[in-house]
Unconditional design. Structure first.
Length: 703
């Protein structure tokens, strides 16, 4: 047999291989042994990043097109960015572009409804979407190469001929209203919003927010008017990247868009900034266990400023991750926070803000605020070390290559520069400008753009848990009221214009709290009257659930016991086991096959808010002054006319859609929590009498 010989040969080869590896390690060992500090390791200079340039085409009508071939996958992506966004909308129509972007695609075109477009595109695994932002609206498409000629005419039709069907506008407005009702749930959201209002001024288009009244005032004609004002070829930057031939693509785009006539030019960006006076501003939020802090003032330059590279280095020194001063001093050394950061903001075409933010446990709020202000002061008075400068520049340059590591990124950068009128070589020149930044440059821009004596300090939290009152800082504390204003205008108007008409059987007037209370009373009577509702002390509902998921249908059973006014036990029997959630003023916890744990305070607070929006709970409080009812306009629910009833249930907001003739509750619109947050629409059906109480026996819930 030759097996032993074979084994011997193999063993010999392995021995030689191991010996060779050991020799290599021995040869390398002395060089590593000589390194005493990681900073002594020498590396070669970074190679200059080389990016392919997209093809730029400008049509006679002003449209600019960028093309970039990418053969890696058989896909084609298109993107139209249109000048004109939320900053260009009048204050009394705040929220318009959000409603426009949601109903633009879903509302379909003049020849097809949005639902028909869904079916057509899904049959080819294609996507066409619309969106909006501060300065622009967008239409995008993703399609397989072989289906481009099928999807491209639809893309053009959506871009040029949206129908804005009224039922889709109503859905979009409902979503925006739901967002308004939930905007004070998260302290982080409050900090972002109110810091912008302090930095820019509450009336600035860069800090403006939609309210019920502004949303209610928006009509289909407003959306059509915005589209007509801004969607013109001279306001559009168009880009395509993917598996195509550029010559053929250019010819097709010229044929499609070349004859489109110019329109009015979009206005220039508003530049007015009216920052709040220096001082401390406080938002009281008693359901949180952290102090949330933002420090802000105006004065950030544009990215076209010669100071931009030095400011980026300064920002990196201040808050460049774990190596930045703020994380080093406030987290690593003092343990005051998990996350802190900020710096001087630089925008493309409007002023930026200096802003830093952090969160800390309530008991160290004032200590953290003092430490944060100290670091801001040191940035303008202390010295920048050479080590800080080198590390910051190295971090920026090492990360720079990832800003354009795909052809899609490269074309997006080219479109961005074109949109704002920046030089085409802005990104390619940037690394060399960063390399030239000196310590003196950083110290100069810090003194110029950071003003420790001009800071508006925002604190959001529960002052009772702070280690000291905010007033102990020796500065006047200005409270900020974040109460959500009630609607005072019709919720909707017919698509053809004119005023909304009340349905038969009710005299409710949109925006009228008296009529709202009357409509709520009609719901109370439909459900059995006050005596029948008040007699209910607890409610047990057993539900068979069929959840539609991307992985298929999931069968579940829920047993929910609500004990009025403020306790609930929810048992979910899932395929993977049983989960029980208990919420009450005294204790809130969840039991799973993995054990029992307390609910986080934010989740407990959210579920206590949800308890307030239970229909029976609301009707039990119909005479409670902390519960307000406001009638809205008319909407369509599953083919039936319904009147909007907006309810503020002691701080929790919910919308009912009610049959105005009978008082039957057709739909509830609220905010879903948990793993799929968003708007939750509950459609009620099959009402039955249970001992004098009318209650729905079916409900379709859509998140």
């Amino acid at each position: 047999m030759n097996t032993p010989k074979t084994m011997t040969t193999l063993r010999t080869k392995l021995t030689h291989a191991v010996a060779a590896s050991a020799a290599l390690l021995l040869l390398a060992a002395p060089s590593f042994a000589q390194v005493k500090d990681y900073r002594d390791i020498k590396t070669n200079p970074l190679r200059k990043a080389q990016f392919p340039a997209p093809k730029r085409i400008q049509l006679a009508n002003g449209m600019v097109i960028f093309l970039m071939e990418d053969r890696e996958l058989p896909l084609i992506r298109g993107f139209a960015r249109i000048r004109g966004g939320s900053r260009d909308v009048p204050a009394e129509k705040a929220g318009l572009t959000g409603i426009l972007s949601q109903s633009w695609r879903t509302g379909g075109t003049e020849t097809r409804t949005g639902d028909q477009l869904d079916e057509l595109l899904e049959s080819r695994a294609a996507r066409i979407e619309t969106g909006s932002g501060t300065d622009s609206t967008t239409v995008s498409m993703d399609v397989l190469k072989q289906d481009f000629d099928f999807a491209f005419p639809i893309f053009v039709d959506v871009l040029r001929n949206p129908a804005f069907r009224q039922e889709k506008i109503d859905l979009a407005k409902t979503a925006v209203r739901t967002g308004i009702s939930r905007r004070n749930d998260d302290p982080g959201t409050i900090v972002q919003r109110e810091a912008a209002r302090l930095g820019y001024g509450k009336d600035s288009p860069y800090a403006r927010q939609a309210e019920y009244a502004t949303v209610n005032s928006i009509t289909r004609d407003d959306l059509i008017g915005f589209h007509r004002a801004y969607v013109h070829p001279n306001n559009i930057i168009l880009g395509f990247v993917g598996d195509f031939d550029s010559t053929r693509m250019e010819q097709q785009l010229r044929q499609t868009f070349g004859s489109w006539a110019r329109g009015p030019q979009a206005p220039k960006a508003p530049q007015d900034v009216r920052s709040a006076q220096p001082g401390i501003y406080f938002v009281s939020k008693e359901d949180v266990t952290q102090g949330n802090i933002a420090i802000v003032h105006g004065g950030g330059p544009l990215r076209s400023s010669p100071d931009y590279p030095a400011l980026q280095v300064m920002n990196e020194i201040l808050s460049g991750g774990f190596s930045g001063r703020l994380m080093q001093k406030l987290r690593s050394e003092r343990g005051l926070t998990y996350g802190v950061g900020g710096g001087v903001g630089t925008e493309w075409d409007y002023p930026g803000l200096f802003r830093v933010q952090m969160a800390t446990k309530s008991g160290t709020t004032l200590e953290s605020l003092t430490a944060l202000r100290e670091q801001i002061g040191l940035l303008t008075t202390g010295e920048i070390t050479q080590e800080e400068l080198n590390l910051a520049k190295e971090s920026i340059l090492n990360a720079y290559v990832f800003q354009a590591d795909s052809r899609a990124d490269v074309i997006n950068q080219a479109m961005l520069l074109e949109f704002y009128g920046y030089p085409a070589d802005f990104y390619t020149r940037y690394p060399s400008l960063v390399e030239k930044v000196t310590k003196a440059d950083v110290e100069r821009v810090a003194r110029r753009y950071v003003n420790p004596n001009n800071l508006a300090v925002l604190v959001v939290g529960n002052e009772k848990d702070f280690e000291k009152p905010l007033s102990s800082l020796g500065t006047t504390v200005t409270p900020i009221d974040i109460t959500i204003p009630e609607p005072n205008a019709p919720a909707t108007t017919p698509a053809t214009g004119g005023s909304a008409m009340a349905a038969p059987g009710t005299s409710a007037t949109a925006g009228d709290p008296v009529a709202g209370k009357a409509l709520a009373q009609k719901v109370l009577q439909f459900m059995g009257g006050k005596a029948a509702v008040d007699a209910v002390q607890s409610l047990r509902v057993t539900t068979a659930l069929n959840m539609k998921t991307p992985q298929g249908d999931m069968q579940m059973e829920r047993v929910r016991v609500t004990r009025y006014p403020d306790s609930q036990r929810d048992v979910m029997r899932l395929p993977m086991g049983e989960m029980t959630t208990v919420v009450s003023p005294d204790a809130s916890f969840v039991i799973t096959p993995m054990g029992t744990q307390d609910l986080p305070s934010s989740q407990r607070a959210g579920q206590m808010q949800d308890l307030k929006t239970d229909p029976l709970g609301i009707l039990k409080n119909i005479d409670n002054p902390k519960y307000t009812f406001t009638a809205g306009g008319m909407e369509t629910v599953n083919g039936a006319q319904a009147q909007v009833l907006d309810i503020n249930a002691d701080g929790a907001s919910v919308r009912w859609l009610v049959d105005p003739a009978t008082g039957r509750l057709l739909r509830k619109v609220s905010q879903a929590r948990g793993p799929q947050p968003g708007e939750q629409i509950t459609d009620y059906g099959d009402w039955k009498n249970f001992g004098g109480l009318m209650y729905p026996t079916t409900a379709k819930v859509t998140v």
